[in-house]
Design a protein around this ligand. Structure first.
Ligand SMILES: *Cc1c(COP(=O)(O)O)cnc(C)c1O
Length: 486
């Protein structure tokens, strides 16, 4: 018998509101999830706190295996590069590297992190628009695969290779209009206006650089498969023309990422299952087009193309959940129900664009109604969800927000609140590990230095004492006399 006291709800009459349901109208939520792969949500909260990010090792491995086999069975010469910026938690990267992924990095930090994870430089695809001389030199010497983004970078790379007298193969990033995706002309060299061809000539005339690869990344959450067909055609056409115009020989085509995950883009009328293509559909159109566009290459004595894919969000999004707890309930002036939860846009940046699946963790009590979910920040934009049909919830009840693995942890910011713990559910049942500790006061202040005249000797303030302890190597702080607060 369940002796729990029933929740009392004040009776009220509510007008039906148009526009909050799609045509697959749903009624009161009945289903709930109180465990994640056999681990009780309440136990996870008591052990690791709330909010809490939860990674499913098995889901992540399944996703990457599915991607690789979808491509490999259609086109065997394929390499998968993990897009670090999508989620660079060490555990995530290493699971993917164990499954055979290379690293796709876009900055000095990401390059250094990939090397620290043990990725050999030859397995690093170095994209990005801000490769400084120091990291570019390292990438050249170590033999990473550099993807040129702009003319200034070309001159820098040219001078580095002249200094080091090192011959290197490079790829260049292209941008163009597929007609089915947003043309991002700020990245790479434009094909339509001849900029890309100019660059190919420049590389051909350089002393130490050899153009051997083409790269492009046409967008993110690209739902229209025709965009990938057009992308591949444009890249292959460009390849044929530069191979004809210059003496370069292209051996790899990198099509970037952009495959949609099963999140719902805000404003989308249909459900993700209806609009997001399956990985196999992306693989089919990409591989078919590549095979078709390159079928005469071998006969012409040219190398078979290696296909590189850099899918980020489609691999990691549904491998993460965010557990969050209700902090307070409020009825807004217009009668709408609202909730404040302990996870805000500071850690769930993608809630600006996507409606993540939200699940109850208890059987629902009462009638569901359209609810707005706010985060805990003292900031008006902190809205986790503008419309979701939820039953009344009590303080301390938890919710599971799903499909949060892409771009939330990497873009999360320390603002007002501490960032939470991240745990991993092992494939091995019942095993859970902390894979990133949440912030504490020490983390927040460890990089700060307090000039001597700002130190305050106040019993209730421990900051100066902490600073002296934490930075005992900084003699100025240690020796200084501490000013008292009067
Ligand atoms: C961000 C990025 C990716 C990954 O994109 P998704 O949309 O997450 O698949 C791949 N390649 C490059 C160059 C990127 O900048």
């Amino acid at each position: 018998m369940n002796n729990e006291k029933k929740l009392w709800l004040k009776p009220m009459i509510k007008a039906h509101k148009l526009g909050v349901l799609n045509k697959f109208a749903y009624g009161t939520k009945k289903e709930f999830i109180n465990d994640l792969e056999g681990r009780e949500v309440n136990d996870l909260i008591s052990e690791y706190g709330s909010p809490l990010f939860v990674l499913s090792e098995s889901k992540l491995r399944q996703n990457v295996k599915r991607l690789m086999s979808a491509f490999k069975m259609r086109y065997p010469k394929v390499i998968y590069g993990w897009s670090y910026k999508t989620n660079y938690l060490s555990s995530v990267c290493n699971i993917l590297h164990q499954e055979g992924a290379w690293a796709e990095v876009v900055s000095q930090f990401e390059y250094e992190k990939a090397r620290q994870q043990g990725v050999p430089a030859e397995h690093i695809l170095f994209n990005g628009l801000n490769k400084n001389i120091e990291i570019l030199k390292r990438a050249v010497l170590e033999g990473a695969r550099i993807h040129l983004d702009n003319l200034d970078e070309f001159y820098l790379l040219d001078s580095i290779t002249k200094d080091t007298k090192k011959n290197i193969k490079v790829a260049m990033r292209l941008n163009f209009d597929t007609g089915f995706s947003e043309p991002w002309s700020r990245f790479g060299f434009n094909v339509e206006n001849g900029q890309a061809l100019d660059m190919a000539y420049k590389i051909a005339n350089s002393d130490y650089l050899e153009l051997s690869g083409l790269h492009s990344h046409i967008g993110t959450f690209v739902l229209d498969l025709r965009a990938y067909e057009a992308q591949m055609k444009i890249m292959c056409d460009f390849m044929h023309s530069i191979e004809y115009e210059t003496d370069c020989v292209i051996d790899c085509i990198d099509i970037g990422g952009g495959f949609a995950s099963k999140n719902s883009l805000q404003g989308s009328y249909l459900t993700p299952d209806q609009v997001s293509p399956e990985i196999e559909q992306y693989a089919q159109i990409i591989c078919d087009t590549l095979i078709n566009e390159t079928k005469n290459r071998i006969a012409q004595g040219k190398p078979e193309i290696t296909l590189i894919i850099e899918s980020g969000r489609a691999i990691v999004d549904d491998a993460f959940h965010l557990i969050t707890s209700v902090v307070s309930n409020k009825r807004l002036k217009d009668g709408r129900a609202s909730l404040v939860v302990d996870a805000g846009v500071n850690i769930l940046f993608t809630s600006f664009w996507y409606n993540h699946p939200i699940s109850l963790t208890n059987s629902p009590r009462g009638v569901s109604e359209d609810t707005i979910i706010y985060g805990p920040l003292c900031m008006n934009i902190d809205v986790v969800r503008t419309h979701v049909n939820l039953p009344p919830l009590k303080i301390g009840d938890s919710l599971i927000i799903s499909h949060v693995g892409a771009y939330n942890l990497t873009q999360s910011m320390q603002f007002i609140e501490y960032r939470p713990n991240v745990v991993m559910l092992h494939e091995e049942k019942s095993k859970v590990s902390l894979i990133k500790k949440g912030d504490d006061l020490h983390d927040m202040t460890r990089n700060e230095y307090l000039p001597e005249h700002l130190m305050i000797n106040n019993a209730s303030s421990t900051s100066s004492v902490d600073l002296i302890k934490d930075h005992s190597n900084i003699s100025i702080l240690k020796q200084s006399s501490v000013v008292s607060f009067v």
